[in-house]
Design a protein around this ligand. Structure first.
Ligand code: NAD
Ligand code: UD1
Length: 310
């Protein structure tokens, strides 16, 4: 099967590309390399350097593909509060391009990366997919819009779609150099270089951290499962920790005492996040395999092996 992975040179994308290749699939990537890197990809993978907003490029990339895994996006909640229009342009217009191109090329299915950010301030925990969306950031509104657009293409355009609401994903190849990257890669880099880590808020906010290999497994299951068609499915571990607990776990793995600085909470920040994993289990047959400690140890090993990362 020929598969297009948008955002395939990024953190989650490059992990899913490896899994697809290991399964014998013919994979190509479309990525503008804004946050992704060619070195994340195995050398023999075709990477089309293009923007998801470029209709012609996306149309051409979809030709002959049975499946599209759409991951390209502006990923940072806080950046989206600074650049809301660019976020909507990339995340909403870009996604509509991908859906339209996939339909036009006769692709069977598109699996899209949505986000736990869609739940926003919905106070109930754990977050279930049938709860109302209460987005707090432009990023979250854009991901919510992606789900609506996917439902439209599913219902009226003959395209199978599956939306996965990832919770907080971590693991090797998450870029630790960007201030807009995920908190685990940022905190790990600061601790490894014995520099203070800045906690936004009181550190008692909670997140459900899920290891990237578990997310890649969910993406492949979503690409195949007949029950998943037309669904929105959480991808988390179903456990949460406070940010302060996370930093303690990281410092145990690294073997250093953390030095913390505190700053104001970030705009658009969700307070608590925890995934209900019932649909993940029943519709995709996925149980998270990697616990937080093991995932952190694997991530730190990778950072130590990468001169640019640590
Ligand atoms: P990432 O930044 O590593 O990957 C995003 C990729 O998209 C990069 O390779 C980047 O170069 C590419 N890209 C960005 N803008 C593009 C554009 N306009 N055209 C083409 N390519 C573009 O981030 P990631 O963590 O791997 O995120 C992948 C997807 O998962 C995103 O859709 C993100 O919103 C979603 N997601 C991530 C998390 C998480 O915790 N990392 C959680 C929920 C959802
Ligand atoms: C993350 C993802 C987002 C995804 C969402 C799903 C990234 C960059 N963001 O957003 O794409 O949709 O999960 O739940 O991968 N923090 C600090 N100090 C720092 C960095 C962060 O205190 O240096 C705090 C933040 O304020 C936040 C928490 O750590 O409270 C997590 O931040 P972050 O990793 O950016 O993730 P989310 O905003 O939850």
């Amino acid at each position: 099967m020929k598969v297009l992975v948008t955002g395939g040179a990024g953190f989650i994308g490059s992990t899913v590309v490896r899994r697809l290749l290991a399964g014998g699939q013919d994979v190509q990537v479309l990525d503008n390399l804004e946050t992704g890197k060619l070195r994340n990809l195995p050398a023999d993978v075709l990477c089309i350097k293009a923007d998801v907003r470029d209709e012609a490029a996306v149309r051409a990339a979809c030709v002959g593909c049975e499946l599209v895994i759409h991951l390209a996006a502006m990923v940072s909640v806080s950046l989206s509060t600074v650049e809301p229009e660019r976020c909507f342009d990339i995340n909403v217009s870009g996604t509509r391009n991908v859906l339209a191109a996939a339909r036009g090329a006769g692709c069977r299915r598109v699996v899209l990366a949505s986000s736990a950010a869609v739940y926003g301030d919905e106070p109930t925990l754990p977050k279930r997919e049938d709860m109302p969306a209460m987005p707090l950031s432009p990023y979250a509104y854009a991901k919510w819009q992606n789900e609506i657009d996917a439902a439209y293409f599913q219902r009226f355009c003959g395209l199978e779609t599956v939306c996965l609401r990832f919770f907080n994903v971590f693991g090797p190849r998450q870029d630790p150099a960007s201030p807009y990257s995920g908190v685990i890669s940022i905190a790990a880099r600061r601790l490894l270089s014995q520099q203070p880590f800045t906690v936004f808020g009181d550190g008692l906010q909670t997140r459900d951290f899920v290891f990237v290999e578990d997310v890649a497994a969910a993406l492949l299951a979503a690409a195949q499962s007949p029950q998943a068609v037309g669904s929105i499915i959480n991808v988390g571990r179903g456990e949460r920790v406070t940010l302060l607990q996370l930093v303690q776990e990281l410092s145990d793995v690294i073997g250093v005492q953390p030095a913390l600085q505190f700053a104001d909470p970030r705009a658009g920040d969700v307070r608590h996040s925890l995934s209900d994993v019932t649909r993940l289990r029943t519709q995709l047959g996925i149980h998270s395999q990697v616990d937080l400690k093991t995932g952190l140890a694997t991530t730190i090993d990778w950072m130590r092996s990468e001169p640019d990362a640590a």
